[in-house]
Design a protein around this ligand. Structure first.
Ligand code: 13P
Length: 337
């Protein structure tokens, strides 16, 4: 097989390995302005640039964060922002040995001809955007597309999701960014866990088919899968042990060991559930580093504690460190509640 990833091969492998290092995972704070606005509204704040900046500053300048966090995914606005005292956020991250990452997809739009499903935009102009983000200090990228079980998923939606991810991954690597490959299979639905397993196996087989067809360097990517769970409206909940068993079965069947890291999304699980499930997955050795790339499961308590008030900043940072440390411990399989 040809190994191709432009002139960045060695660097991509190094970056991916650094992000997937023992006891560390990713802090996802790449909410689009619209989504960030929803989070801010939940604590009564307006969706202004200065409120978004203040919230991200609180998170990114938390002392000691780098012990548990190896990468932070930013929205484009944040990549170019600085602290109120004039230090680039990218520099704050580099000082803590946290790699800066960037969300590069342009979001979901309806997919005509499908079963009310969506596809993910953003390939036009992606190469030049990636080159620019690299210059700004980003070293990895994220592209999130979505698959819905209650909507089918249709063969068309799965193929489009997989092809888009593969084109994006090749372009990101060509410009020095490690692509996080994220086909999020939504939790929505009343289906049993077996159905999620079946859909996830199908999605990941298509994704790897097209990644290979696009000559993507597997040693220089990271995955961001959903855990294999029953649908959110299913009559019974599954234990962390069952979720770990199904999820690892799926990954072992579909993901080559050349891939360095599996960084799960939390997808609406509670903070503690997300930690317990990750811990269960690390009870025996895996072929890859199995870790986290959580947004909501790292931020929910932080937001509630902060409330937009400077006097709550310290307590909010403590809340962030508590979740980050818990997930770090779970990455090592040593979390005990
Ligand atoms: P959650 O962990 O809140 O699911 O978000 C992760 C993410 O980046 C979704 O794309």
């Amino acid at each position: 097989a040809v190994i191709r990833a432009g002139s960045y091969t060695d660097e991509l492998v190094r970056t991916a390995k650094t992000i997937a290092s023992p006891g560390r995972g990713i802090l996802a704070i790449d909410e689009s302005n619209a989504t960030c606005g929803k989070r801010l509204a939940s604590i009564g704040l307006d969706n202004t640039e200065s409120n978004r900046q203040a919230y991200r500053q609180l998170l990114l300048t938390t002392p000691g964060l780098g012990e548990y966090i190896s990468g932070a995914i930013l929205f484009e606005e944040t990549l170019y922002q600085s602290t109120t005292y004039g230090k680039k956020f990218v520099e704050c991250l580099n000082e803590q040995k946290i790699m800066p990452g960037i969300k590069v997809d342009k979001g979901l739009v309806p997919l005509p001809g499908s079963n009310n499903e969506t596809w993910c935009q953003g390939l036009d102009g992606l190469a030049s955007r990636c080159a620019e983000y690299y210059k700004q200090g980003a070293r990895f990228a994220k592209w999130r597309t979505v698959v819905s079980i209650p909507c089918g998923p249709s063969a068309l939606a799965v193929k489009e999701a997989a092809w888009g991810l593969a084109r994006y991954a090749a372009i990101a690597q060509d410009n020095g960014l490690v692509p996080i490959v994220e086909p999020e299979i939504l939790l929505d639905g009343d289906h049993a866990i077996e159905r999620t397993l079946e859909v996830a196996e199908n999605v990941w087989s298509e994704v790897f088919y097209y990644l290979a067809e696009n000559n993507v360097l597997f040693e220089g990517i990271l995955l961001k899968p959903s855990m294999v769970t029953p649908g959110a409206e299913h009559k019974e909940k599954a234990s962390p042990e069952i979720i770990a068993k199904y999820t690892l079965t799926m990954l072992k069947r579909r993901v080559p060991p050349a891939v360095p890291g599996i960084m799960f999304l939390s997808g609406g699980q509670s903070e503690v559930e997300a930690t317990l499930n990750l811990n269960a997955m690390n009870q025996s050795p895996n072929p890859w580093h199995v870790s986290f790339s959580y947004a909501r499961a790292l931020q929910n308590t932080v937001l509630k504690t902060w409330q937009g008030r400077p006097e709550n900043a310290e307590a909010a940072r403590k809340a962030l460190l508590i979740r980050a440390k818990a997930n770090s411990t779970a990455q090592l399989g040593q979390y005990s509640g």
